[in-house]
Design a protein around this ligand. Structure first.
Ligand code: IVH
Length: 670
């Protein structure tokens, strides 16, 4: 073959291969067989070996990588690569829109909303439609020249298509390089097999892959790229971001498929919320949305701040994990005398609320996670409800004098003995007249989820117990107006109101009274189950373990707890007193108003001890959730008791969160 023939064949093969590549990786619509593609590629490689001077700058043979570099050269961006201001919640998106409308003196703004891809920002330079240079963001002004590495990205066009729209002679575009979940997992598998360190998340893995001096390694990583912004472009006229996106598509760039034109901020907010819901189902990581003003004239009019444009904003998703510091660990005394260690945290925003403390449950939990005052920890919200400390951060540092935390052996409230009995996870204060316990019992009894006595706050409980006007919950019903009015800072009117509220509480639903008694492990949901089954307090008081268990209503621990409670002479006396004061609860009607589990799916495995399997399901369903027998991608939680088997592995594989039965109870009763 003579050089002239070779040149024309090389051009032909390059075009064909780039076209097949585009159809396969950008359009997701393969246009040839693998065998044919490989044959064409081999032919091209041979021609390039025989005629090295004729190899084209957009040759697909470069996608496998080339000789390693000793270091990356730096490359200065013609226009700085800016960052984005953040909107932490819906209100901040509204504020952004208000400001924009005011500055532009417009009533309604057209926006383009897009996913915020969680990868690495890069810039690509095309001269005469050929990819000539690519760089990392760096400090925004100067990045690293990673051209060789970027050429290995299969969806990155090495030359642009000018058939439907002319390609500007000089063109810079910006986009995000990222790794899909499945490629991230495959990469970690091979790291594991090669005994190399694992990557913490897809973003880190993408960064590590893109910054390889040996581009042949980058080529094996299956990195993806999406283009979403422009850099400097000479002689190019479009009027909107939507038009620009259309240009990108026409030229052959990969563009995310969830760009959306929004008329006004309400549509942006809807897009943001929909995407947050869909987040789990996407095949790659995103950490929010980006909203840009569609009109380029308006963009120019608003201009930029020092480091970010005024015409765009990043809407953050609620964090599921946060990092903070333990300021202190304190022991709190509950109504059963149980001592619960609580971590006081440097307050942080988590899933939309401020979190300032987290229960550490018991001594074993603290020992297991090795948590101490001053530690830096990862916090998450289980079921997006209760904050939990996952553990120490990997770079946690301690002072030399840091000491392990031990639950005190004297009650922090009354000085009574604190003991941990054989087989119990918790420590208990042994003093039955510990004022903290009495206060907590009464606070619980009068609370919203129990007798719901309006105006009966923590302060009043404290005053009444401290002045010994009440020593048990039955005393609430014998309080007189004079006694109340004598209390410090108690107005006559308030005393009247409280007495009226107490009177009203005499006819609450039965489940509220059962819940109010504070029987161990019997929370709101189980109280409803018991109220429905036994119909009266007297009926429940006579329940037998067999009755409770045989009818498959509750688990063995709860059954024993109920029977023990009513066996106790003091408790029977208390109930007689309550009845004597005229307490006459209504038999329960099924409460279906609560749907806090709506959209959540639970699977149970192993031996359950608080709930019977059927009751657990009933409870989930009564809260609007669903249950299933086997784990799938749709499962939100696996509740695992002792003896759980293969379901645990499956949960780990699918990333399904596992709860202990106690944690399950916590989110049920919260
Ligand atoms: S536009 C001036 N669009 O977020 C606006 N950025 O915090 C320039 N990012 O450095 C960026 N997805 O790496 C834009 N759809 C998207 C994005 C996006 C992810 C990254 C990008 C940028 C950072 C800004």
């Amino acid at each position: 073959m003579d050089p002239l023939q070779a040149e024309s064949r090389i051009l032909d093969l390059t075009r064909q291969l780039n076209e097949h590549n585009y159809k396969y990786y950008v359009l997701d619509a393969p246009s040839t067989s693998d065998a044919n593609y490989d044959a064409l590629l081999r032919e091209l490689q041979e021609l390039e070996t025989n005629f090295p001077d004729l190899a084209r700058p957009d040759s697909p043979t470069q996608r496998v990588g080339s000789t390693p570099l000793s270091k990356f050269e730096s490359l200065t961006h013609s226009l700085p690569m800016l960052s984005l201001a953040n909107a932490m919640d819906t209100q901040e998106l509204i504020d952004f829109d208000t400001r924009v409308r005011k500055d532009l003196e417009q009533d309604l703004i057209e926006y383009v909303a897009e996913p915020k891809l969680d990868g690495l920002g890069v810039e690509l330079v095309y001269v005469d439609g050929i990819f000539t240079a690519g760089s990392t963001r760096g400090d925004g002004y100067t990045g690293e020249n990673i051209t060789q590495n970027l050429k290995t990205l299969k969806s990155l066009p090495l030359s642009l298509n000018n058939q439907s729209r002319p390609v500007p002679q000089y063109l810079e575009v910006r986009g995000e390089v990222f790794l899909a979940h499945k490629d991230f997992e495959a990469l970690n598998q091979s790291q594991l097999a090669a005994e190399k360190p694992l990557f913490a998340n897809p973003r880190n893995a993408a960064a590590g892959s893109l910054r390889q001096l040996d581009s042949r390694i980058t080529a094996t990583r299956n990195l993806k790229i999406n283009i979403y912004a422009s850099g400097r472009i000479d002689d190019y006229q479009v009027v909107s971001h939507m038009d620009f996106i259309q240009s990108l598509k026409d030229w052959g760039f990969p563009v995310n498929d969830r760009f959306q034109l929004c008329h006004g901020i309400d549509e942006v907010i809807q897009f943001h919320q929909d995407l947050e819901t869909d987040r789990e189902t996407l095949s790659y990581d995103i950490d929010g949305t980006v909203t840009k003003i569609n009109s380029l004239a308006y963009q120019d009019q608003l201009g930029i701040r020092s480091r970010s444009p005024r015409w765009a904003i990043a809407g953050k998703f609620k964090a599921r994990l946060e990092i903070t510091k333990i300021e202190e660990i304190v022991a709190s005394v509950g109504r059963t005398g149980a001592i619960t260690p609580v971590a006081k945290l440097v307050p942080i925003h988590l899933g939309g609320v401020m979190v300032a403390s987290a229960s550490l449950h018991n001594q074993d939990e603290i020992d297991l996670k090795d948590l101490r005052k001053g530690d830096t920890v990862i916090v998450q919200r289980a079921g997006d409800v209760i904050p939990q400390i996952v553990g120490l951060t990997s770079d946690n540092k301690r002072d030399a004098d840091s000491k392990a935390y031990l639950i005190p052996d004297q009650c922090p409230e009354c000085g009574g003995h604190v003991v941990r009995l054989e087989g119990e996870a918790k420590h208990y204060c042994q003093n039955i007249s510990c004022p903290a316990q009495i206060k907590r019992r009464i606070e619980h009894f009068v609370s919203k989820r129990c007798l719901d006595i309006d105006g009966f706050g923590t302060k009043l409980v404290s005053q009444l117990v401290d002045t010994e006007l009440i020593t048990s919950i039955a005393d609430i019903y014998t309080l007189t107006k004079d006694q109340l009015a004598d209390l410090e800072r108690m107005a006559e009117k308030s005393a009247d109101n409280i007495l009226a509220a107490i009177k009203q509480s005499k006819s609450v639903d039965l489940w509220r009274l059962i819940h109010g008694l504070g029987i161990r492990n019997v929370g709101e949901q189980l109280s409803k189950v018991l109220a429905n089954k036994y119909g009266s307090l007297a009926g429940l008081a006579e329940a037998k373990i067999e009755g409770l268990e045989i009818t498959d209503e509750v688990g063995p621990i709860v059954a024993r707890g109920v029977v023990e409670f009513f066996k106790e002479e003091d408790n029977r006396g208390l109930i007689a007193q309550l009845v004597a004061t005229g307490l006459n609860p209504k038999t329960a009607v099924k409460d279906t108003s609560d749907d806090k589990f709506s959209g959540l799916s639970f699977v149970f495995t192993g031996k359950l001890e608080l709930y019977n399997r059927d009751t657990a399901r009933e409870v989930v369903e009564s809260l609007g959730g669903s249950t299933a027998n086997s784990i799938s991608k749709k499962t939100t939680y696996l509740v695992a008791g002792p003896g759980a088997g293969s379901k645990l592995e499956k949960a780990a594989k699918l990333g399904v969160k596992v709860l202990t039965e106690n944690e399950f109870q916590e989110i049920v009763e919260k």
